[in-house]
Design a protein around this ligand. Structure first.
Ligand code: HEM
Length: 204
């Protein structure tokens, strides 16, 4: 494999994506000198980069099954690294949330609720559990069955969390409905792939 391509595979891909996200987040935060509005922009930016990385990782296997080609094979091969990059993106989301809370406690209280702590907290618990079990050794330690259930439950929970977090902003900003399109597409792709897999043993 040519050297430049190796940067787009495995842990190097993770390093490339997470360092790029970190750099862009710092750049956005520094745009007007680390004002509250800049920090809020980082929260929104990382919510969107997380959406993209999450959708790619969670749809990878279904896409590779439905349209086998070089790109979908790359996606499936690298879904773990895209998933861990999603976690890095959400770690920046968390740091920016903390900065927002410290810099503007009144604005922060107005932007959050008990529900955002409960649902967001469960979301972060899943992100930590999914990331912790995304290494060969830890994945082997939990066992294939538990790993599958954890990653399935975590994935669908996060899909739901994205739907709610973007969806609740639609009444004020109708264009936010556009963010639901990739989420619904991922769900549909997974359902179609599941139905196809269930049919294959019957055909054989
Ligand atoms: C305790 C955990 C969390 C807290 C306290 C929190 C807090 C926030 C806050 C304050 C904002 C609004 C920023 C602003 O209006 O300036 C926001 C936006 C958002 N968050 Fe989080 N969040 C949490 C976890 C999560 C998780 C787990 C997800 C997704 C899996 C998520 C997805 C989003 C999305 C989609 C937005 C909207 C971004 C936009 O406007 O484009 N959050 N969050």
């Amino acid at each position: 494999m040519p050297t430049h391509q190796k940067w787009f595979e495995g842990w190097r891909l993770f390093a490339l994506l997470s360092l790029t996200l970190l750099g862009l987040s710092l750049w956005i935060a520094g745009m007007r000198g680390f004002e509250v509005e800049d920090v809020r922009m980082v929260i929104r930016f990382t919510a969107r980069t997380s959406l993209l990385l999450f959708c790619l990782a969670f749809a990878a296997a279904a896409l590779a099954l439905l349209w086998p080609n070089a790109w979908t094979r790359w996606l499936r091969r690298n879904r773990r690294y895209l998933g861990v990059s999603f976690a890095a993106s959400h770690a920046i989301h968390a740091v920016a949330i903390l900065a927002f809370a410290v810099m503007d406690p009144i604005g922060y209280a107005a932007a959050t609720s008990i529900a955002s702590y409960i649902f967001g907290g469960i979301g972060y618990a899943f992100i930590i559990a999914l990331t912790a079990t995304s290494f060969d050794r830890t994945a082997a330690a939990v066992g294939a069955r538990a790993w599958r259930w954890l990653h399935l439950a975590g994935g669908y929970y996060l899909l739901f969390q994205f739907m709610v977090s973007f969806g609740k902003r639609i009444p004020d900003m109708p264009l936010y409905a556009l963010f639901l399109i990739p989420l619904l597409a991922v769900f549909a792709l997974r359902m179609i792939a599941m139905a196809l897999r269930a049919q294959v043993p019957l055909r054989a």
